[in-house]
Write a protein that binds this ligand. Structure first.
Ligand code: NAP
Ligand code: MG
Length: 408
């Protein structure tokens, strides 16, 4: 049965979602998704933060900090993609100065683990033919190379790492006796953050009833990566071993290179816990081998009980320039739609709002059905089997989803 949006009784919300707007093509799609797929159905309650580069510059990035603290307060946030400024952007947007990556700022405040899962549709086969089920990546969101200290070394000399304890005790180790100019880097992580990363992963695997893999390079990095391996093992033995056995799932540790070799021969269907950098690289590999960067969900789970949903891709800059010239682009909004459905479902779950939960599920169902019935954007059309009859632009695609959503 089809009916008018005007006749639909809108679903109400008890508590707000923290809505974080962003930049370029994803900002354009953000407004489109809200207008066509959310506002006609839900009496949307959000606390809005504008993280466009212009507003971050105008507020000296205060708005990013405010948004992150709002997520800690309200427990659920949804974020659009944002520009990480560099010198080219500084000139383009006439910025006062360069700003830190908003994602890095938000992750540093929330701490935690980012879970990324490919969105599977029947008509899009993964490039890796053995994959039957999605591989979920859990990316540690704190420390390592993302919070490093680096130096460019002008010439020969000694490089040392020095730790000075609160009581003045000192530990010192030679990094290198530099024979000539070069580069050096120091990085760190914290036991607390590693432990909460481990717990977040074990809990996720239990909740989804899937096996869990973890990999580092502890044969080379015996102390640093060794600490990750040790804490995971300890926490598993003490807190999760029995629960895993009862659930019929396993925890498996191996070296990162062995893990990569096994992943491409696996059937999928497990959680792959990755250190921060490994997770950055491997999530793009998994997303692109599963279909498209725009077919990946991403949620940051904070140990403070807060959740931030986002798209894993960027602002799709080149599409934005084409849109500004008046073109209708065929940019894929699926990851943005799933960021919203994820946030709405979490809000519904925390507030005990069954109607809202049902809407979030219908929104995902309508989106997947649209693609499976052959209506899709250009990135997917290239991969689809059978090939679609026509490639839709983003506006037509969102309309096609709305049409199906009204019938569910
Ligand atoms: P990107 O926005 O992810 O786009 C890279 C390419 O991937 C696009 O040119 C496009 O390929 C394809 N693509 C990505 N998302 C797509 C979608 N939804 N639909 C269709 N195609 C899609 O990365 P970028 O262009 O390197 O970065 C642009 C800006 O995004 C940068 O300023 C960066 O700082 C920012 N960024 C933000 C985040 C975030 O906020 N989470 C993450 C990464 C990057 P074709 O051109 O071949 O169509
Ligand atoms: Mg990346």
């Amino acid at each position: 049965m089809e009916y008018n949006t005007a006749e639909i009784k809108k679903i109400t919300m008890d508590n707000p979602i923290v809505e974080i707007d962003g930049d370029e093509m994803t900002r354009v799609l953000w407004a489109l998704v809200k207008e066509q797929l959310l506002l006609p159905f839900v009496d949307l309650k959000t606390e809005y933060y504008d993280l466009s580069l212009e507003n971050r510059d105008a507020t000296d990035d205060q708005v990013t900090h405010d948004a992150a603290h709002a997520i800690l307060k309200h427990k659920v946030g949804v974020k659009c993609a944002t520009i990480t400024s560099n010198n080219a952007r500084k000139a383009e947007y006439n910025l006062k100065h360069l700003h830190p990556s908003p994602n890095a700022t938000i992750r540093a405040i929330l701490d935690g683990t980012v879970f990324r899962k490919p969105i599977i549709v029947q008509s899009i086969q993964p490039t890796v033919s053995t994959w039957k089920k999605p591989i979920v990546i859990a990316r540690h969101a704190y420390g390592d190379v993302y919070k490093n200290a680096e130096l460019s070394i002008p010439g020969p000399g000694k490089v040392e790492l020095v730790y000075t304890g609160k009581d003045g005790t000192e530990q010192r180790i030679v990094v290198a006796d530099m024979k000539g100019p070069g580069v050096v880097q120091g990085m760190h992580n914290l036991d607390d953050s590693i432990a909460s990363f481990a717990r977040a992963c074990f809990l996720y695997a239990l909740e989804e009833k899937i096996d869990m893999w973890f990999a580092t390079k502890d044969t080379i990095s015996k102390i640093y990566d060794g600490r990750f391996k040790e804490l995971f093992q300890e926490i598993f033995e003490k807190e999760f071993k029995d629960l895993f056995e009862k659930a019929g799932i396993t925890y498996f540790y191996t070296l990162i290179d062995d893990a990569v070799a096994r992943v491409v021969k696996s059937e999928g269907g497990f959680l792959w816990a990755c250190k921060n950098y490994d997770g950055d690289v491997m999530s793009d590999m998994i997303a692109s081998a599963s279909g498209s960067l725009a077919m990946m969900t991403s949620v940051l789970v904070s140990p403070n009980g807060a959740f931030e949903y986002e798209a894993a891709h960027g602002t799709v800059q080149q599409h934005y320039y084409r849109w500004k010239r008046g073109e209708k682009t065929s940019t894929n909004p699926v990851a943005l739609i799933f960021a919203w459905s994820g946030a709405l479902a979490k809000r519904a779950n925390l507030d005990g709002n069954a109607e809202l939960m049902q809407f979030a599920q219908k929104l995902e169902m309508a989106t997947l059905r649209t693609i499976e019935e052959g209506d899709m954007t250009g990135d997917l059309a290239k991969l689809a089997n059978p090939a679609p009859l026509q490639v839709l632009d983003s506006w037509e695609f969102v309309q096609a989803i709305q049409k199906r959503l009204k019938t569910l």
